[in-house]
Design a protein around this ligand. Structure first.
Ligand code: FUB
Length: 468
């Protein structure tokens, strides 16, 4: 999203808050969509080692088509503060691919992570399914086989391993296909099989004789309590999210209704569902960010509870998103790109590893939700770099203009990746609060932030700004 549009949005949101809320009310704390630094689409969540990894596509700014060149990864331990892991896989990963880094899914097996994605095959001009592989959920991913795994011009793979160990890859638009993957996850047995798209199985679409059922694209197949689910983008266009269930992985499917009606300024939608820490979460996308629409989408999440009979309740898009599951520890190093909400901030790879927050201008901020300060924080340290004159980090709580707990001065460091650490004393940081890091200074870009960390006030704390 362009910085100018983001700024307009922030001022519009502030104005709306001022109109809608009484003077004493706290400002709205919308944390949905999940990512504000870029446009993201086609969410595919994966739970691994106590975190949710969220794999997405990336809609280019000002896009007028599904102009997508790379995929992105985010992760969270609490469903509200999401760490940006950058782009560990792109069209360049697949030497045979020419365009269309569209909707995929990652699965963990054999100590590896397999990422199935649709891309255009340069040689044939058709959409094909490639598979990336990595030993880490955050990559980097390499092309597992150097060619398409399957190719029939159709898109949107979803992958699922049944209890007995048999893995299935499903995909398709306008049809719905599956193959049985071998345990190596990069080959399959038998041939691609078409799942019959019956109205009993996938609902009735009116006004389109070529496509009599609601199934459109974007299947998400999983199993819960012995029942197989296929949650998919239905009808076109605009799409809604519908679902079917079956007693087995290949059917017979029965259409069960709507998970999410058509909402949210994007004519596509795309589902991903996981259970995490005792809750169930539904990921989707919309056009809710400024400049957002059908080709400039954003991933979002809602928490839900299955009905007693296993059916999925119908959900609406919200700006609140899922509730926080736990708190964030400020006394260990936290990446600056761990964000519940941000305004004006962008991210980029850091020379010190991971990502950093950058392109910060006066008034930009990052919100970190539910920070557990406990008995109190005495000082704040941030890893910063500035190829300009630096500026200040205002440590605030509650809102971007909330109580000021401390201010760190950031010097020019001689380069945007020339890192130094700055510290400043903080007061009033007790209990669990929403933390806002507000970046201030002169005109133009100010500085970058790689990570931050608080020190409890029981230890010796600096009383003046310092940097090394
Ligand atoms: O993002 C490109 C395409 O749009 C996806 O492959 C479809 O599922 C739809 O979301």
């Amino acid at each position: 999203m362009s910085r100018r549009l983001r700024r307009i949005a922030a001022s519009v949101a502030a104005a709306l808050c001022a109109i809608a809320l009484p003077a004493f009310a706290a400002p709205a704390r919308a944390d949905n969509p999940i990512v504000q630094t870029i446009y993201t689409a086609d969410p595919a969540p994966l739970v691994h080692n106590g975190r949710v990894y969220l794999y997405t596509g990336h809609d280019e700014d000002n896009s007028t088509y599904f102009t997508m060149k790379e995929w992105r990864v985010y992760s969270s331990a609490d469903m509200v503060n999401w760490t940006d892991h950058g782009s560990p896989m792109s069209l360049a990963t697949f030497s045979w691919a020419s365009a269309d880094a569209w909707a995929g899914q990652v699965i963990n097996r054999n100590g590896r992570f397999y990422w199935y994605v649709p891309v255009k095959n340069r040689a044939t001009g058709r959409m094909a399914i490639g598979v990336g592989v990595s030993s880490s959920p955050t990559g980097p991913f390499t092309d597992a086989i150097g060619r398409p795994l399957v190719e029939n011009g159709e898109i949107d793979p979803t992958v699922f391993i049944d209890d007995g160990g048999q893995a299935y890859l499903y995909w398709g638009n306008p049809n719905l296909w599956y193959v049985r993957l071998n345990t190596d996850m990069i080959s399959y047995s038998g041939s691609a099989t078409r799942i019959p798209l019956t109205t009993a199985g996938f609902g009735t679409r009116t006004g389109n004789t070529a496509r009599p059922t609601l199934y459109e694209e974007g299947p998400w197949v999983y199993k819960r309590n012995g029942l197989y689910y296929n949650v998919f983008a239905a009808r076109c266009c605009s799409e809604f999210i519908g679902y079917s269930t079956a007693p087995g992985p290949t059917g017979p499917w029965t259409y069960r209704g709507t998970v999410m009606p058509t909402q949210g300024s994007s004519f596509t939608n795309h589902a991903g569902i996981v259970d995490f820490n005792g809750g169930s979460y539904f990921f989707y996308h919309n056009g809710a960010l400024p400049g957002g629409g059908g080709y400039t989408r954003s991933v979002a999440v809602e928490k839900f509870t299955y009905n007693a009979d296993g059916t999925i309740p119908t959900m609406s898009m919200t700006t609140a998103g899922a509730p926080q599951n736990g708190t964030l520890n400020p006394y260990v190093r936290q990446e600056a790109e761990t964000i519940a909400w941000s305004s004006g901030a962008e991210t980029e790879p850091s020379s010190e590893g991971t990502m950093n927050v950058g392109y910060l201008e006066n008034g930009d901020y990052v919100k970190v939700k539910g920070v557990a300060f406990g008995g109190g924080a005495g000082s704040f340290t941030a890893r910063v770099a500035s190829g300009a004159n630096g500026g200040r980090i205002e440590v605030r709580t509650g809102s971007p203009s909330g109580a000021l707990a401390g201010t760190c001065t950031v010097p020019g460091t001689g380069g945007w990746q020339a890192w130094t650490s700055v510290s400043c004393a903080t007061t009033g940081l007790t209990g669990t609060q929403d933390l806002y890091l507000r970046f201030t200074g002169g005109a133009g870009y100010l500085f970058n932030v790689n990570w931050w960390q608080f020190t409890p006030r029981t230890t010796s704390t600096p009383t003046v700004n310092a940097h090394d």
